[in-house]
Design a protein around this ligand. Structure first.
Ligand SMILES: NC(=O)c1ccc[n+]([C@@H]2O[C@H](COP(=O)([O-])OP(=O)(O)OC[C@H]3O[C@@H](n4cnc5c(N)ncnc54)[C@H](O)[C@@H]3O)[C@@H](O)[C@H]2O)c1
Length: 433
């Protein structure tokens, strides 16, 4: 061994209690800590981080609906390690008992904030200042919190303006992770958030009930839709849901509109005849012919208004006047005139359409579903349908009990849902129907 090398240390790592715990702080948490598994996560996290704890008080809710409350002292080797651990505890809804006044520091310049900025989760969040807790608006993950004249708001880094007061540190923050739904909603029973083909029928029935409830109280439901919906025969079903008023916003890419319009004009998707399932002669040109025909009118909307595009998903969207955004991608042909190729603008529009939604139906687009999942708060109910279990798990696993995953062919799923909701048209929709 040369002088510059260091001997490997095979010594047994010290048990937390053998390390001198110099720093100590009282924390508190409230909610359904036990059956939501939050208590276990908190205690495991403390031990994994080489710290230790003493539970000062644990009051368990006497009934299923009553919350529990916890006070615990957390000990760490140094103040610095305790502060690092606190940032992780806060994300689980456990915060310092005596919260200090929040510190806001001015942004150095556009899109550049002080290094100790607080990075947001998608859970409901409050910040302590002026002697009270204040809610944060436009909650989303991977943002910063800015104190605006209208109140606290989450902003993406790129939205931060010079001198914006940016929240720094996590000592004055409390976060409320979602808990299991006990209010009798059909999302409550879905203990196992990923359903396989076998249980899809039952799930669709409960989901239809949930959708009826939301629609009945004028709530908002947004669909994220991939082109597979078209390829698997989902056009009449999704058109029916839009026509029936069950969908209040659509987020998709260029391909959904291209293949939907290809079907409307030529009865093919990707050149395959919708009735016979056989490739048609020169069918590979059809999606380009569809784009070309829309370009002739100037936009999808104008093609509908001119009476040229008379059926399909895009037709129903335009006719119903619901907001939609087609976000561009590097795979796009055309793209169609309405496709937003400026990605920042597309993200802004997606977030705007999601604002105030109660439910998001994510139908077989990994790209656009993940993009949407990143911008919505954790309390929005999400339903993720994909044939690939890995995609469903990824989309459902957003730290919320409000996500339901369905491993299924999306054509079968959307048809079953439209049938349950009584809006499965016999044939393609026609003007005046
Ligand atoms: N011609 C074009 O312009 C063109 C064509 C294709 C895609 N695109 C663009 O590329 C981007 C990505 O496309 P995407 O969202 O389709 O791809 P994606 O890979 O992000 O998602 C497709 C998903 O569909 C799932 N899937 C496949 N078959 C299924 C079935 N039968 N039932 C349920 N799920 C099924 C896959 O597992 C996958 O997760 C989009 O922006 C799209 O508009 C453009």
């Amino acid at each position: 061994m040369t002088g510059g090398e260091k001997a490997l240390d095979f010594a047994r790592p010290k048990h937390p209690q053998e390390v001198a715990m110099q720093a100590r702080k009282r924390f508190t948490a409230e909610g359904h800590l036990i059956d939501s598994g939050i208590l276990t996560k908190l205690l495991n996290l403390i031990i994994e981080e080489g710290a230790d704890y003493e539970i000062a008080e644990l009051k368990v809710g006497k009934t299923e609906l009553l919350p529990s409350s916890l006070e615990l002292d957390v000990m760490a080797a140094t103040e610095e390690r305790l502060s690092d651990l606190e940032k992780k505890l806060v994300r689980l809804g456990c915060y310092g008992k005596a919260a200090p006044e929040a510190v806001f520091k001015p942004a150095e310049k556009k899109a550049c904030v002080p290094d100790d900025f607080y990075s947001t989760t998608n859970h409901r969040t409050e910040v302590f200042f002026g002697g009270g807790w204040h809610p944060v608006g436009r909650q989303r993950m991977d943002g910063v919190i800015v104190k605006a004249p209208s109140g606290l708001v989450c902003k993406k880094l790129r939205e931060v303006e010079p001198a914006d007061p940016v929240l720094c540190g996590s000592e004055s923050v409390r976060v409320f992770p979602p808990e299991l739904d006990r209010q009798g909603s059909s999302f409550g029973f879905m203990e196992n958030p990923v359903s396989s083909e076998r249980s899809v029928k039952l799930l669709v029935r409960d989901l239809a009930e949930e959708i009826r409830g939301i629609t009945g109280r004028q709530g908002k439901i947004v669909a994220v839709v991939g082109p597979v919906v078209v390829h698997t025969g989902g056009i009449p079903a999704l058109s029916g849901l839009i026509r029936g008023g069950f969908i209040n916003g659509v987020l998709a890419g260029n391909a959904l509109a291209v293949h939907d319009i290809e079907t409307a004009y030529f009865n093919t998707s990707l050149g395959v005849d919708k009735d016979s399932g056989r490739p048609t002669r020169e069918g590979h040109r059809n999606h380009m012919r569809a784009i070309n025909r829309v370009n002739r009118f100037g936009s999808i909307r104008q093609a509908v208004e001119a009476g040229d595009l008379t059926t399909g998903i895009m037709y129903e969207i335009v006719r119903k006047g619901i907001p939609f955004c087609l976000a561009g991608s590097i795979r796009d042909d055309g793209p169609l005139p309405e496709t937003a190729t400026d990605m920042i603008e597309a993200q802004r529009r997606y977030a705007e359409i999601c604002e105030g939604a109660e439910m998001i139906l994510m139908l077989s687009s990994m790209l656009h579903s993940i993009g949407t999942g990143n911008m919505i708060p954790s309390w929005i109910k999400t339903v993720c349908v994909d044939i690939n279990p890995a995609v469903v798990t990824k989309l459902s696993d957003r730290g919320t009990s409000q996500a339901v995953g369905v491993v299924s062919d999306v054509g079968l799923f959307i048809n079953a849902l439209a049938e349950q909701l009584g809006c499965l048209a016999k044939g393609p929709s026609r003007p005046g129907e």
